[in-house]
Structure formats: structure tokens, C-alpha cells
Design a protein around this ligand. Structure first.
Ligand code: A1D88
Ligand code: NDP
Length: 445
């Protein structure tokens, strides 16, 4: 591993040099264990502690197959799917690996008693498998997390519709929270040159998801002037949705839960901000009953902020807790676009407000390669910026995941894998200097 790191750090190793470095037989990786999936039985979701279920293990290097690449991971990030995996909710990810293992002999590699997690990376290609022509050893890359087989016709208009569509490092093994990762070569994209490894690794999953959900014609197809209600506007997804709204000439109405988070949104350029904790919205009276009066109070507040206008697009992901309110505050003909249900997946809303006002609910999930590429291109051009607040070592991934589970973080949380320290990997210093304030906006808050 030292030879690999030395070659990366030297910045003058050729593709042939990288191809000639012997690969280690094993590497360090963050895993969950199949024989521990019952460990949190009986505990409330909040009390399930990722620090207990996530392990740092030495694991064997997987065999490299056709169309694949082995990548030396310099940095990765914690996503909320790492939280779900670590607390075995809403279901254990080993079921996904077993199902994938039944697809082919090659896919069988993924069905193991341990699951190497992580759906982001920035690093350097070490080896490519047969049939890979677009990428070579030594390429500095980031990886998006869409894994597809594409053997069926279904996915050929939009690869997210492939019946064998999976999220790498969640529904497949050999993820990015590790020193080496196995990806399909069509997950690779160029690493933005003005960013460090940990900054480059942090946007991938959430930036691509927010791009499809809000900007793409597959999602809400946002246009200039739209009022966009963004839940969790300083969180992983929300910090990118806010940037897309601002950059696209829309008006974000940012919902957050503290004055510090409100300040971050303000510093990104948002003007209309609702502190849901200070204003104490209680959309549910009890476990089974919502309170439409609270939806109205929330809608009135939005109208105060917008000068009387309602919401064109809701960027939804909290789910059960907020969905009734989201449907209510959307304007006639408007769109609620959802990609998650953090607070519960059985949603309840008053359907009269949906059909009578011709609103639409759009389900959105990650992004196809083209959408992920466009989202990454915006980062590379300095039009959208990483929202990295803090970086942990690979050893401390459990703590990093705990922070995200408990909503103690801002923006994105990074993890150093092979990178010995923060700040390495910047190739375009001049461009970095032009964007340094925006790049550091979320740092250490
Ligand atoms: C990029 C980052 C993303 C995120 O962070 S997303 C948030 C985190 N992710 C999650 O929370 C994961 C969510 N996923 C899930 O919870 C589960 O993944 C699903 C509920 C989506 C699916 O559950 P499942 O058990 O995998 O599939 P089924 O469809 O419920 O059950 C499969 C069986 O049901 C049969 N079936 C499917 N559709 C129909 C139908 N329309 N009519 C009749 N049967 C149907 C199938 O054939 C099969 O059957 P047979 O078990 O016998 O093989
Ligand atoms: N389908 C897909 O492709 C993807 C799905 N996801 C899913 O989206 C969800 C959010 O991910 P991500 O943004 O990275 O997570 P984060 O935790 O980084 O951000 C979510 C934000 O939502 C807000 N929030 C949390 N709970 C509630 C609630 N009950 N009511 C209102 N607001 C709430 C919080 O902001 P505040 O406290 O300031 O209001 C929090 O910061 C997760 O469930 C994740 O699995 C994520 C990426 C891709």
C-alpha cells in the first residue's frame, strides 16, 4: 500500500508505473458483519449506535472482472445510506448482496458474510478489467454510486430504470469507505482538479441525487423564478439543492433547525429561511393524526416570506413527519419530488389537496451516469461547491456515521482513507484560490 501511496503523492508516476505496482492481497475497509444484523433488536432507531456495528477490518482484495476498475481510495464520505446500513434499517443490506449474488458467477463475489460499505470516493485507478478503454491506471477520479448490469432493454433510455440497478456500497459490496474499492468503469468521472481528495469525495452521491431530483427533466425540471421549498437545506442533499436553486435562478425557501444552520443558508445566498425548531411546527398531533392547522401556519409563513406566493417545487426527503405539510403548501399544478423517508416511510397526506389542485408527486432516486456527470461537471467548473464540514480518519468512521445519524453534522462529513492528511490532491491552485471562500463555507461549523 505504501508503494501505491508514494506513486500517488509523487505526481510523476506514469500510467505504466501504476500498472506495474503489485497490488496487496488485502486492505483495510469499513464493514458490517452478517452475524450481527440482530444486534440492535428491540432498540428505538435513535438508540442504534453505528459505532457498535461498524468495524475496521482487513479484507481480501476482490477479483477484478470485465468492465470494472480497482481504485486506490484517498478519501470517501459518510452518506445517510451508511447510517441505514449500520443500523440494519429499514432492512439488512445482506439481503441485497444475496440477491445480487444470484445474478451471475461474477456477482457472486459480492455475497459475503461482511459488507464493505461507502458510496463515494476520490482516488486513483490502479487496474482496469477487460473491455475498459476510457480509463487507465493512474487516472485521478471520483466515482458515482450507480451500478447497473444493462442486459435488459428497460434501462437503455434511463439507466436508473435498469431492473438490475443498485447503489454501489449499499446494495453491492466493495464500497468506498476503504483503502481500495471495486467499481464498474462506468461509475468513474474525472476528479475536479481544484479540490482536495476529501473535498472531491464529498459531493458525489448527494450532488447527483439533488441534480436529478430538482434540475433534471427526470425530476422536477426546475426553472428560473420557481419557489423551491428545501427541507434540511444545510444537510447533505439540501446543501446542494440550495445551491442548484440559487444557481438556476429559482428562489429557495430553506427549512433548517437552528440559527447556525440558518446562517449557513444565508451565507450561500438564500434569503428566505424558516427555522422549524424556533417556530415549533407540529404537523402531527399524535402518532396517527396530523394537524392541518399547522400545515396552514407553515403555509402562511411561506406566503409571508415570498410576498404571497406558494411553492412550485418541494424538495422532500424527511418523509412521514413533513409530507402532509409538503403536499399542502405546494401551489396549484406544483410538484412534490421525493427521494427518501428519513422520519418514516408510511406517508399520510390529504389527497383532496393533491387532485383538486392538480399537484404531482415525483419519486426520484440517485441519478443516471449522464446526470451524475453533469452534476460533477458543475463542481469541476466551480459553479457548485463541496459542503464538507468535517473530516474523520477511517478508524473513526463509526463516530462520523453516529454524528450523521444524530443530526449533529452540517453539510457533508468526509473520511480520509489512504490520504495521510487533509488538503492533498489539489492540482489547480489558481482555480482553487478563486473559489476558496465557497469551498470552505461549511468548514468547522
Ligand atoms: C443513493 C442513496 C440512496 C439512499 O440513501 S435511499 C435510502 C436508503 N435506502 C433504503 O431505505 C432502501 C429501501 N429499500 C427497501 O426497503 C426495499 O428494497 C424495497 C421495499 C424497496 C423493496 O423490498 P424487496 O423486499 O426488495 O422487494 P419486494 O418487491 O417487496 O419483494 C420482492 C417480492 O415481491 C414480488 N413482487 C414485486 N412486485 C410485485 C407485484 N407488482 N406483484 C406481485 N408481486 C410482486 C417479487 O416478485 C418478489 O417475489 P419473490 O420474493 O417471490 O422473489
Ligand atoms: N434516494 C436517493 O437517491 C437518496 C436518498 N437519500 C436519503 O435522503 C435522506 C437525507 O439524506 P441527507 O440529506 O444526506 O441527510 P442529512 O442528515 O445530511 O440531511 C438531512 C436533513 O434533513 C433535516 N431533517 C431530518 N429529519 C427531519 C424531520 N423529521 N423533519 C424535517 N427535517 C428533517 C435535517 O435538517 P434540519 O435539522 O436542519 O431541519 C437534516 O440535516 C436520507 O434518508 C437518505 O438516505 C440521500 C441521498 C440519495
Amino acid at each position: 500500500m505504501k508503494d501505491i501511496l508514494d506513486a500517488i503523492q509523487s505526481q510523476n508516476a506514469s500510467s505504466e508505473d501504476f500498472a506495474a505496482i503489485p497490488l496487496p492481497e488485502s486492505y483495510r475497509a469499513i464493514t458490517v458483519h452478517k452475524d450481527e444484523t440482530e444486534m440492535f433488536e428491540g432498540l428505538a432507531t435513535r438508540d442504534k449506535d453505528p459505532r457498535k456495528s461498524l468495524h475496521l477490518d482487513e479484507v481480501p482484495l476482490p477479483e477484478l472482472g470485465p468492465g470494472e476498475a480497482l481504485v486506490a481510495v484517498m478519501a470517501s464520505s459518510v452518506n445517510y445510506n451508511s447510517v441505514w446500513t449500520s443500523i440494519f434499517e429499514p432492512l439488512s443490506t445482506f439481503g441485497f448482496l444475496e440477491r445480487y449474488g444470484r445474478v451471475s458467477d461474477l456477482a457472486k463475489r459480492h455475497d459475503l458474510p461482511y459488507h464493505i460499505i461507502g458510496s463515494d470516493l476520490a482516488g486513483v485507478v490502479l487496474r482496469t478489467g477487460p473491455g475498459v478503454n476510457a480509463w487507465n491506471p493512474g487516472d485521478e477520479v471520483v466515482a458515482h454510486c450507480l451500478s447497473v448490469e444493462l442486459e435488459s432493454s428497460d434501462g437503455h433510455n434511463d439507466t436508473m430504470l435498469d431492473p438490475e440497478q443498485r447503489i454501489w456500497g449499499f446494495e453491492t459490496n466493495f464500497g468506498g469507505l476503504a483503502e481500495i474499492a471495486l467499481v464498474k468503469s462506468n461509475q468513474l468521472m474525472p476528479k475536479p482538479a481544484h479540490l482536495s481528495w476529501e473535498e472531491a469525495a464529498s459531493p458525489g452521491l448527494v450532488n447527483s441525487t439533488a441534480y436529478r431530483q430538482l434540475v433534471s427533466t427526470n425530476g422536477a425540471d426546475m426553472k428560473q423564478g420557481d419557489n423551491v421549498l428545501i427541507w434540511g437545506a444545510s444537510g447533505g442533499l439540501g446543501s446542494y439543492a440550495t445551491q442548484f436553486a440559487l444557481a438556476g435562478g429559482a428562489t429557495p425557501i430553506c427549512v433548517v433547525s437552528s440559527p447556525e444552520k440558518a446562517e449557513i443558508c444565508r451565507s450561500m445566498g438564500a434569503e428566505l429561511i424558516i427555522d422549524r425548531a424556533a417556530e415549533d411546527y407540529r404537523f402531527w398531533k399524535d402518532e396517527n393524526t396530523q394537524d392541518p392547522k399547522e400545515w396552514k401556519r407553515f403555509g402562511k409563513r411561506i406566503r409571508e416570506l415570498t410576498g404571497g406566493e406558494d411553492i412550485d417545487i418541494v424538495f422532500e426527503h424527511p418523509g412521514k413527519e413533513t409530507f402532509g405539510a409538503s403536499v399542502f403548501v405546494t401551489r396549484k399544478g406544483g410538484t412534490i419530488t421525493t427521494c427518501a423517508s428519513t422520519s418514516g416511510y408510511m406517508h399520510q397526506y390529504d389527497n383532496r389537496y393533491l387532485w383538486m389542485s392538480l399537484k404531482r408527486i415525483i419519486g426520484s432516486h440517485f441519478a443516471n451516469y449522464r446526470e451524475a456527470w453533469e452534476a460533477n461537471r458543475l463542481i469541476a467548473k466551480g459553479k457548485i461547491h463541496p459542503t464538507l464540514s468535517r473530516t474523520y480518519s477511517l478508524e473513526d468512521t463509526g463516530q462520523a456515521t453516529y454524528d450523521v445519524h444524530r443530526n449533529l453534522h452540517q453539510g457533508k462529513v468526509g473520511v480520509l482513507c489512504l490520504a495521510p492528511e487533509e488538503g492533498l490532491g489539489v492540482r489547480d491552485h489558481e482555480m482553487r484560490a478563486r473559489h476558496i471562500d465557497a469551498i470552505n463555507r461549511f468548514r468547522n461549523i
